[in-house]
Every structure is written in C-alpha cells, then in structure tokens.
Write a protein that binds this ligand. Structure first.
Ligand code: GAR
Length: 214
C-alpha cells in the first residue's frame, strides 16, 4: 500500500508532532503548518527537513478567511489526513466538512469530559480519579467527534496541574501515532457514527497507564 500523505497543524511546542514523526509510520509528512509564527514546533520540523508554513490567524479578518487560507496551504500537498497536534484555533463548519473523515485531533482529557481549555486544572478541581487523553475525528462542535482511542491515567492525591499534564502527555505520545498508523494502514472506518478499527485487539484501543493488571 502506498504511503499516505499527512499535513500536521500545530500552534506551539509540537511534541505530539514529534511523536508522529518519530513513529516511522507508513506516511510522508508533507508539511507542518502553524497559525503562529512563534510556534517552537516549526523549528523542530524544519530541522528534520519537513517543509513548514505559517498561516497567521492575526493576518486574516475573520475565521472564514483564515480557514480558507489554511485550506489553500494544506491543499498544496493534497493530504490523505490532516492531523491537529496542539492546534489551538477553532475551525469553522465549512473547513471541518471539507476534511470530514480525514481530520484528526488529540485532546488532553477523556472526552466528552472537559472539552476546551485548562483540562488538567479542571480535572483536579472536579476531583476525578481518572483523567487522560482522546484522539478523535473532528466534528463542528468543540473537541467533539467520533473517538478513535483513549488513554487513561490515575490522578493521585497532591497532584499538581504540571504533574498531571506530564503524565497525560506521555500517553498522548503513545496514542496519537497509534491512531495515525491505523488510519494510514486503512484499518479505520466509521459505522453508525462510531469508529471501528479492523483487526485491532480491544485492549489496543483502550490504554490504561499504569495498566490495571499491575
Ligand atoms: C497537547 O497536550 C494537546 O493535547 C493539546 O495541546 C497540547 C499541545 O502540545 N491540545 C488541545 O488542547 C486541543 N484542544 P504539543 O504542542 O507539545 O503537542
């Protein structure tokens, strides 16, 4: 099967982007695009020889104009998949419809709990005992869409926001490349609005860390 073409969208650090680049997937990352010229992830991508581009949201009058400029940049590469990796702009319904079924996002909570910002702080405030991250296809709603894979981590008494964020981020770096791999291998389909992963053992789709049996 031919390698899939990917475009990765970032806004900041780019550690999830790096995890995807490190995973040796059957994919070619054609470009990394940021809405912010200051995103540290851009330099990381460039050092690895990946073409980068900036579509600065501040240079576009409204969201529709930004979305159109972003889509034009993406379309230069005709990707099979667009992966949002810490991309912190809300995309409008037209953009989302255009990339339906090939627009993936990672979110640092167990959706549908805690969509939006400051997920680790809010998890601590809510007193949940289990927190985590979700990879999902993107719908027009905020941090909404069919769930592909989730990883759960414990919340320990005395955890700080930083400690919890770091524990979740380690799992993000495992599940996002896994989800992209399933997509690239053509093992993913939607059935009745839910994601079915062909040939994945059930336990591959639910990561618990530390594993329950330990
Ligand atoms: C990650 O924790 C990602 O889940 C989150 O931003 C961080 C980006 O880190 N994304 C969202 O909150 C999207 N709603 P990274 O730039 O190092 O990958």
């Amino acid at each position: 099967m031919a390698d899939k073409t990917l475009v990765i969208l970032i806004s900041g650090r780019g550690s999830n982007m790096e995890a995807i680049l490190d995973a040796k997937l059957p994919a070619r990352v054609a470009a990394v695009v940021s809405n912010s010229p200051d995103a540290p992830g851009l330099a990381i991508a460039a050092r690895r020889g990946i073409p980068t581009a900036v579509v600065d949201h501040r240079r576009h009058g409204d969201r529709a104009a930004f979305d159109a400029a972003l889509a034009a940049e993406i379309e230069k590469h005709a990707p099979d998949l667009v992966a949002l990796a810490g991309f912190m702009r809300i995309l409008g319904p037209e953009f989302v419809a255009r990339y339906a079924g090939r627009l993936m996002n990672i979110h640092p909570s167990l959706l549908p709990s805690f969509p939006g910002l400051h997920t680790h702080r809010r998890a601590l405030e809510a007193g949940v005992r289990i927190h985590g991250c979700t990879v999902h296809f993107v719908n027009p709603g905020l941090d909404d869409g069919p769930i592909i894979v989730q990883a759960a981590v414990p919340v320990f008494p005395g955890d700080t926001e930083e400690a919890l964020a770091a524990r979740v981020l380690r799992e993000e770096h495992r599940v996002y490349p896994q989800a992209v791999r399933w997509f690239c291998e053509g093992r993913m389909r939607l059935a009745a609005g839910k994601v079915v992963i062909d040939a994945a053992r059930p336990r591959e789709q639910v990561l618990l860390s530390p594993a329950v049996e330990k």
